[in-house]
Design a protein around this ligand. Structure first.
Ligand code: NDP
Length: 429
């Protein structure tokens, strides 16, 4: 979930952050016996029964499947997009907006829907001014969202405006946008000076890995049956949330859709005599889990403000995983091993997804690689000097030289490949 503040989820009168909501759901699923594997599915085979699901680490078989892979933000594909990607251009204001490079700078958001409005409002926390670039005569966002944008003195709306291309500064970071008036189709002579451009132009469903084995519409959204809104064209395969829902796309509607899919799946398994009872955690264990979760929650705010800083007293070079700038400086200068640095921000949903995945990969290199996590909100000067313009960002250093940068969340194999290459080079040297 890339949303920061979820204000409309029932039961959270003060609102809840997307990552926190995800974590609570995760704990709840675990408590009721779910086994979670945090890895990417690379292929599925719906022609076999049970169905086959492959990740890089395992092949699993299942009598029924619920697809809840969501949708990914679309890009504009302007000519210099790749050049400035993660160097000013981003598709996730929520993940990247807190970057020090954007602090008190003018920023642009493209789009006129609810996502773009939400991003523009969010970015006013950091930017000196936000330009909302709407290609049409008006915004298609809901009235409430439109009003928030129009009422904000920090957001300037440019109607009938689209982006033709971008230009950068001497350091290779985004500096200005070349705009077009969509009514006259003529370039606007004055470039718009911005340090960041964020896309809010809709989403593409994450269905590519299905390899056309399911019915989808022309945009790739899974087609679900009218009667239960979760059954797909393959019996036993169900769909939940944004991977089929183009319209509602709220955390609560996706959760409701997940519940519908789970009930449909249970009915399907029962009808086909495939339902197997899994032993749930017994009451005593469940109670202990609830108590442990409650205790953890009660301690969480204290932990946030009083987290012990890593300093000369508690730094231990023999440990593989560290946090914060003290550890980074020590390891950068003293570690003989390749050093992996992950930059995160507190509101970044993809960071939450990457952390356990990267941690599992790093476990395979326990004695040969050092790791430090830098929270860019806590250590903004470090993030700035490392040129971080988005999170998560993983940088790999060897002999004080930066040898790799991986932006966003990639497959485990990509991290393994880079780490192993560094180790092979180390041993060959
Ligand atoms: P939408 O499809 O609603 O809006 C996309 C916007 O991007 C439109 O204004 C569209 O312009 C513009 N756009 C598309 N392609 C381009 C392009 N190539 N160049 C310039 N502009 C472009 O997507 P959203 O992600 O905003 O919303 C999807 C759904 O999710 C909606 O139902 C929305 O209500 C919901 N949502 C709700 C939120 C909330 O309530 N908090 C937050 C986010 C989403 P045009 O209008 O001209 O087609």
């Amino acid at each position: 979930m890339s949303t920061t503040e979820v204000e409309n989820y029932p039961g959270f009168p003060e609102g809840v952050t997307g990552p926190e909501l995800m974590e609570r759901m995760r704990q709840q699923a675990l408590r009721w016996g779910a086994e979670l594997y945090e890895e990417d599915v690379v292929s599925v085979d719906f022609s076999k029964r049970p169905f086959e699901i492959k990740s890089e680490d395992r092949t699993m078989r299942a009598n029924a499947i619920i697809l809840a892979t969501g949708a990914t933000a679309k890009r504009l594909r302007i000519p210099s997009e790749e050049k400035f990607w993660s160097k000013g251009i981003s598709a996730c204001a929520i993940c990247d907006g807190a970057s020090p490079a954007f602090a008190q700078k003018e920023l642009a958001v493209v789009g006129g829907g609810d996502s773009a409005c939400e991003e523009a409002i969010y970015l006013t926390k950091y930017a000196s001014k936000v330009h909302l670039l709407v290609r049409g005569e008006e915004m298609r966002a809901s009235k409430a969202m439109r009003d928030r944008v129009l009422d904000s003195s920090d957001v300037i709306v440019h109607y009938n405006t689209s982006v033709e291309d971008a230009a950068g500064n001497a350091q290779g970071f985004l500096e200005s946008l070349k705009l077009v008036n969509t009514k006259t189709n003529k370039s606007i002579p004055e470039p718009l000076k911005v340090a960041g451009m964020f896309y809010g132009i809709g989403h593409t469903p994450n269905t590519k890995f299905l390899d056309s084995q399911l019915g989808t519409d022309e945009d790739g959204f899974i087609i679900v049956s009218d009667h239960d809104k979760t059954s797909t064209s393959v019996e036993g395969v169900f769909s939940a949330g944004d991977v089929h829902d183009k319209e509602w796309r709220q955390a609560i509607t996706a959760a409701g859709s997940g519940c519908q899919a789970a009930i449909s799946t249970e009915r399907y398994l029962q009808m086909n005599k495939l339902l197997k009872e899994v032993k749930m955690m017994d009451t005593k264990d469940a109670k202990e889990e609830i108590e442990a979760a409650k205790k953890k929650e009660a301690e969480a705010p204290k932990k946030k403000t009083h987290e012990p800083a890593i300093d000369a007293d508690n730094f231990d070079i023999d440990r593989q995983k560290h946090q914060g700038q003290y550890a980074l400086r020590k390891l950068y200068h003293e570690s003989p091993r390749p050093l992996v640095v992950m930059y995160t921000s507190p509101t970044c949903g993809p960071c939450k997804r990457l952390k356990p995945m990267l941690s599992a990969v790093l476990d395979e290199y326990e004695k040969s690689i050092h790791y430090v996590e830098i929270d860019i909100a806590k250590d903004p000067e470090i993030a700035e000097s490392a040129g971080i313009m988005g999170t998560p960002c993983v940088q790999v250093f060897k002999d004080k030289a930066r040898v790799a940068v991986i932006n966003g969340v990639k497959m485990k194999s990509e991290y393994r490949k880079i780490f192993s290459e560094q180790l092979i080079e180390s041993s060959a040297a």
